[in-house]
Design a protein around this ligand. Structure first.
Ligand SMILES: Cc1cc2nc3c(=O)[nH]c(=O)nc-3n(C[C@H](O)[C@H](O)[C@H](O)COP(=O)(O)OP(=O)(O)OC[C@H]3O[C@@H](n4cnc5c(N)ncnc54)[C@H](O)[C@@H]3O)c2cc1C
Length: 611
């Protein structure tokens, strides 16, 4: 019998048993067993015999699959052995039950069989050594900072099922949450952080050192990473709302273990490199965001100085196009003193204020119109509700308020201005009066106070309960963690031109598709500038109900497909959706060439954003 390449490779490997080289005993035994499991090949068959050909193809596929798996196992065992010389036992988790828990995800689609270990480095040198070993054994590394990428996959890698071998390529997660160094350049307000620095840690550092800056907060809350969020190009609502635009420079470890620093840095100017984003020569840092070209070990972020006055403004409109027009006008006229502005629909406001009326509606339904209108009235919100913040000196804020009033006066139902400090003072006074605690208006004031903290650049968990609206159990003793607490959530977050007709078209599409799948269309539109906004739609579902899980994913897929047809594509993707980029052949060839050149063994986060 003539063997093809794959069969002869396996045979050669088995033969090496006699020479005692290459394959360890355990691997060899497994290979022999699986080889023996193959059904015997028929002694003689005509070439044109279709049955024979199918039989042979099957044999080859099984051999290929076994060979692939066993070589993968062999390499992984060797790599784990070598890593154990660098990391102490408490830095490597390989326990299958622990891994299962760590990988729990709001999507209910965990990639447990793709992850053999989670490794927790404590310094850069350990990562350099780890990468070199990974490269030697061709083991994928999926780097995360704190791994709290809730609604986008948390700590999970993009699924990597190889159809031709019917196998997955096992890898490891590199969790850098234990790297928490903070360096602060007081003269420039630039902070240099390692991946494990969270909003909470930076907040504490600033307080301890009496430094007056705003934290680049997000709805993800105090325990998410500043660096991880900026690398995903996440955004918030403070003056530096687009978090990667505030990244001045970064340091990364490349797949061959080399350390990347910018050209400016290498020309002997590391100080200015941290103060001026673009540096000299081609701009490279961008490829480390939403990419898989290296492991970022340090990032310098420009913080916004805490201004003399912060004033939040809220307004309500009945018509979406009016709201969009007004947001655009505010941003065009005084966008340099406002953070991003949010427009939220009535359902989204209800989700922040009232419990989900689970008992009153069917499993596959959304809140019916009449009930919706009653709920809306009970909390006094409109069809569309705006929120923004002004940052500046007393004089600047005063002038901006005047301008905002002028813009909003004619077409909005109400305009409210609130100062976080003053609201917080009211709340501390009310804290002392126990009998008012259950009065709805007082409760509402407490809720507003928490939201104002975010606008004031203070980390808060205020946005996280959204993830628990339909399912999940909020912990009382520890911080919220939607993935670990059983919440079902997928974010659909497309970019939309900030023009009334586009926003209207997108919102109609989102409502139609969500309602079709029994998903509440909770819509927020956040301005990125006066030209574009990003819509975040949390697809909420009960993760313990397989039917709802299926519907939620179908809803995401349809939103993605239909949205793409109209040009509304997400700014950021869930790991389960990343394949859509390569399926559509949308990865630019320059990125493919770069990836092959920089990472020939494809070890850094294969599959991320289709690469
Ligand atoms: C209710 C709710 C509200 C939310 N609100 C917001 C919001 O307002 N804005 C927002 O942006 N997000 C929001 N999120 C989403 C998410 O939780 C945050 O973006 C969070 O900051 C991401 O997790 P992380 O910081 O732990 O980053 P990680 O999970 O550590 O990192 C994210 C990804 O970046 C890559 N990466 C991370 N670190 C490195 C590294 N060192 N080197 C190379 N690659 C790396 C990895 O691919 C990783 O998967 C929200 C989530 C929920 C549930």
């Amino acid at each position: 019998m003539v063997m093809n390449n794959k069969e002869s490779t396996v045979a050669a490997l088995l033969k090496s048993k006699h020479t005692g080289s290459l394959v360890s005993n355990s691997v060899r035994n497994k290979m022999e067993i699986s080889h023996a499991n193959l059904s015997p090949i028929k002694p003689y068959m005509q070439e044109e015999d279709v049955e024979y050909q199918q039989h042979e193809q099957h044999q080859v596929a099984v051999l290929h699959e076994n060979m692939y798996l066993h070589l993968g196992n062999f390499r992984m065992e060797r790599a784990l052995e070598e890593w154990s010389n660098i990391f102490s036992p408490d830095q490597i988790c390989t326990d299958p039950n622990m891994l299962k828990t760590l990988l729990q995800d709001c999507s209910a689609m965990e990639q447990v069989n793709q992850v053999r270990a989670v490794i927790y480095p404590t310094d850069k040198e350990q990562i350099v050594k780890l990468v070199k070993i990974s490269n030697k054994f061709k083991i994928p590394i999926y780097p995360v900072s704190t791994g709290n990428n809730w609604g986008y996959g948390s700590m999970n890698p993009p699924p990597q099922h190889d159809v031709s071998t019917n196998s997955v390529r096992e890898g490891i997660i590199l969790n850098m949450s234990r790297m928490t160094e903070i360096k602060f350049d007081i003269k420039s307000g630039v902070v240099t952080v390692q991946p494990g620095v969270t909003q909470r840690l930076l907040n504490q550092y600033l307080k301890d050192n009496n430094l007056s800056y705003l934290i680049p907060v997000t709805g993800g809350g105090p325990d998410t990473s500043l660096l991880g969020n900026a690398l995903e190009r996440g955004y918030g609502i403070t003056p530096h709302a687009d978090h990667f635009s505030a990244c001045m420079s970064l340091e990364a470890i490349l797949p061959n273990g080399e350390v990347y620093n910018s050209m400016l840095h290498q020309m002997g100017a590391p100080q200015i490199d941290k103060l001026y984003k673009w540096g000299t020569g081609p701009y490279v840092c961008g490829i480390f965001t939403q990419g898989n070209f290296g492991i970022v070990t340090e990032m310098s972020i420009a913080l916004a100085t805490r201004p003399e006055r912060v004033e939040a403004f809220f307004f309500a409109v009945d018509e979406l196009d009016v709201g969009v027009q007004k947001v655009k006008e505010i941003l065009t006229k005084i966008g340099n003193v406002t953070g991003s502005i949010n427009l939220m629909n009535n359902r989204r406001m209800i989700s922040m204020t009232l419990p989900y009326p689970k008992e009153k509606i069917g499993k596959d339904q959304v809140i019916p119109d009449e009930m919706l209108s009653n709920m809306q009235k009970s909390i006094g919100v409109s069809n569309w509700n705006g929120a923004g913040t002004i940052y500046g000196s007393e004089q600047v804020v005063k002038a901006a308020k005047k301008e905002i009033k002028k813009i909003l006066k004619q077409s909005t139902r109400k305009i409210i201005f609130l100062n976080p400090k003053e609201t917080s003072t009211y709340c501390s006074i009310l804290d002392k009066v126990s009998f008012v605690q259950n009065i709805p208006i007082v409760k509402a004031l407490y809720a507003v106070n928490e939201s104002l903290k975010l606008m004031n650049g203070e980390p808060s968990q205020v946005a996280l309960p959204l993830a628990y609206w339909k399912a999940g159990k909020k912990p009382t003793e520890k911080p919220m963690n939607p993935s670990q607490d059983g919440c079902g959530l997928l974010w659909f977050a497309p970019l939309v031109p900030l023009h009334p007709e586009n926003v209207q078209e997108f919102v109609e599409l989102a409502q139609r598709v969500c309602i079709k799948h029994g998903i509440e269309p909770l819509i927020t539109l956040t301005s990125m500038n006066d030209r574009a906004c990003d819509s975040t739609i949390p697809i909420l579902f009960d993760r313990s109900d397989p039917e709802q899980v299926k519907k939620a994913h179908q809803c995401f897929d349809e939103l993605f497909e239909e949205g793409s047809k109209l040009g509304y594509v997400p700014y950021r993707l869930n790991v389960n959706a990343m394949r859509k980029v390569s399926d559509r052949k949308a990865v630019p060839s320059i990125l493919k060439s770069l990836k092959t050149a920089i990472d020939p063994n494809n070890i850094i986060a294969p599959g991320r954003y289709g690469l």
